[in-house]
Design a protein around this ligand. Structure first.
Ligand SMILES: [Fe+2]
Ligand SMILES: [Fe+2]
Length: 276
């Protein structure tokens, strides 16, 4: 099974990048499923029902998230109802939605997905390692060898250790949250694909997708100003993982990195809308 996992999709530029590149990637890579981290979908922070639907319409099958998932309250009930969207699993009991799910493809094949937040330099949530190690032991996972983990975390040490802890127990451990793609894509000794960070979809000439000038002012003055998504050329970043359906072991992990001028993506998105 071949799966594309996209890093944090940031704002309109990120959504445009998905619309621009996904049709071509689906064809070229013969993808069975596409997953994306959507925590920055709406204006760069959080997700709304509309922006999630836009991503699904663009060809994404499943959305994971992260620390910004709670920004827009309108999605709380959606997180409860929609089985194609998850939030980090290690939020306390009673938090809306769920942290893991099993996605069933049109041909009946299944993919188990777990989303977690790191706790190093982040919120002091329950331990993600204990969460992951009990998830892989869940009886409902016995018949689902293809398992993906989106570890939304800040510290490289925490991400690398998660990869090692889950090696041979899941198909892939993929990092999100730092928005910068790392160059350490690898298959771990027991067959788990690993990448410290998938990168982001959005404007790369920016501070993690946000306008440099505003972020610089915040660093200079320490005043609480609202960030604004950056404008400029758009990029799509992620990884394509080839997984053995029977064993759940990864055969290959390939970095995906595309970019083009914003006007070109806007033009093709516009054409697409007209044809609807
Ligand atoms: Fe993010
Ligand atoms: Fe994040």
């Amino acid at each position: 099974m071949r799966i594309l996992f996209l890093g944090d999709v940031v704002g309109k530029a990120g959504r445009l990048a998905v619309k621009q590149f996904l049709p071509k990637l689906k064809e070229e890579l013969r993808l069975d499923a596409v997953l994306a981290n959507g925590e920055n979908l709406a204006g760069g922070i959080g997700m709304t029902c509309e922006t999630m639907d836009e991503l699904f319409a663009a060809g994404v099958d499943f959305i994971t998230s992260g620390n910004h998932v709670w920004r827009h309250k309108e999605i709380f009930s959606r997180l409860e109802k929609d089985r194609r969207v998850i939030r980090p699993a290690n939020y306390p009991e009673g938090t809306p939605g769920r942290g893991h799910a099993v996605l069933t493809l049109r041909d009946g094949r299944r993919i188990a997905v777990l989303n977690m937040l790191g706790t190093t330099y982040m919120e002091p949530l329950p331990c993600p390692f204990r969460t992951a190690l009990s998830w892989v032991e869940m009886p409902e996972l016995e018949e689902v060898p293809v398992r993906l983990v989106d570890f939304h975390a800040e510290a490289t040490s925490e991400k690398k250790t998660m990869g090692w802890a889950l090696d041979g127990k899941v198909s892939a451990v993929l990092g999100t949250h730092t928005h910068v793609q790392t160059s350490d894509a690898q298959i771990l000794p027991q067959g788990t694909a690993y990448l410290t960070d998938l990168g982001m979809c959005g404007v790369e000439q920016s501070s993690l997708g946000m306008d440099f000038e505003i972020v610089l002012n915040r660093f200079l003055t320490k005043l609480p100003v609202a960030f604004k998504p950056a404008k400029g050329d758009i990029s799509l970043n992620g990884a394509c993982i080839d997984i053995d359906d029977i064993t759940g072991r990864a055969r290959e992990i390939r970095i995906i990195r595309e970019n083009c001028p914003a006007w070109r993506a806007e033009k093709s998105a516009g054409r697409g809308d007209e044809s609807l």
